[in-house]
Design a protein around this ligand. Structure first.
Ligand SMILES: NC(=O)c1ccc[n+]([C@@H]2O[C@H](COP(=O)([O-])OP(=O)(O)OC[C@H]3O[C@@H](n4cnc5c(N)ncnc54)[C@H](OP(=O)(O)O)[C@@H]3O)[C@@H](O)[C@H]2O)c1
Length: 230
């Protein structure tokens, strides 16, 4: 399959690109910084493009079969990369006759208590992240989700929990709606998105993806991910 990956130069996007190449796909990896993209392969084309530039997005989508997006930005006062980016991608997909798209969103868009979360995670950390620090970011993810739901593409919205690193793909859990797990490894997130290209079960569905093996402690996750700006 010929796949365009937006956000390909982020930590999840690089794993997704690697996995897609290993699975035999033809990959167009989109990044604003093509010189810093670390992967090389004869089935890989690295495309320098800003997802907020409709013409550049058009060029990255033309001639492909499907789009995967692991786009991400840090929390800020104004965020439009998710919604405007996906609006540009959807418009380009319509122009070029593509139907299938899977995008990363977040469990923070519709936060619900986790059975293992405890007071600190459920009542302090998540509300602070989703209603204060990341308020505008989650609002823009919500706009992105609404835009896809209102359109006629074959979309899947993938909501991971707190992301962390594991070297290998695990036996991850994927469910429609809320997944009751605090963590998702980026390898599992990438693998779940790639698997969707050959599986129609989650077309026009919002899914939660979680990893249940080798989870970090909350302290370790905050030290490795939140404080590292990831
Ligand atoms: N961290 C968590 O615990 C967590 C939890 C749930 C969901 N998520 C979400 O999961 C997704 C993936 O996260 P991640 O940490 O792997 O990646 P990330 O660091 O958030 O970002 C992925 C990439 O998006 C690209 N990007 C940003 N703005 C762009 C633009 N205007 N045009 C083109 N590319 C752009 C950047 O690449 P270039 O600079 O190379 O263009 C960046 O490396 C994000 O949406 C994140 O919000 C994260």
């Amino acid at each position: 399959m010929r796949i365009t990956i937006f956000g390909a130069n982020g930590p999840t996007g690089r794993l997704l690109t690697e996995q897609a190449l290993a699975a035999g796909h033809q990959v167009a990896a989109v990044t604003r910084r093509p010189d810093s993209f670390p992967l090389h392969h004869d089935r890989l084309e690295v495309i320098g493009a800003d997802v907020l530039d409709p013409a550049a997005v058009d060029g990255a989508v033309a001639g492909r079969d499907a789009v995967l997006s692991t786009l991400g930005v840090p929390p800020a006062k104004e965020v439009n990369t998710y919604s405007q980016g996906v609006a540009n991608i959807a418009a380009a997909m319509h122009r070029h006759g593509l139907r299938r798209i899977a995008v990363v969103s977040s469990s923070g868009v519709d936060p619900q208590p986790y059975s293992d979360g405890g007071f600190l995670f459920n009542r302090v950390f998540v509300p602070f992240l989703t209603q204060v620090a990341g308020k505008e970011l989650y609002a823009d993810m919500r706009r992105m989700e609404d835009l896809l739901r209102a359109g006629d593409l074959n979309w899947t919205i993938v909501r991971p929990s707190a992301l962390y690193h594991l070297p290998e793909v695990t036996d991850y859990t994927i469910v429609e709606g809320h997944a009751d797990g605090m963590y998702t490894s980026r390898t599992d997130l990438a693998a779940s998105m790639l698997a969707m290209l050959n599986d129609d079960r989650y077309v026009r569905a919002t899914v939660g993806v979680i990893t249940t093996t080798d989870n970090p402690t909350l302290f370790r996750w905050i030290r490795r991910e939140a404080l590292a700006g990831k």
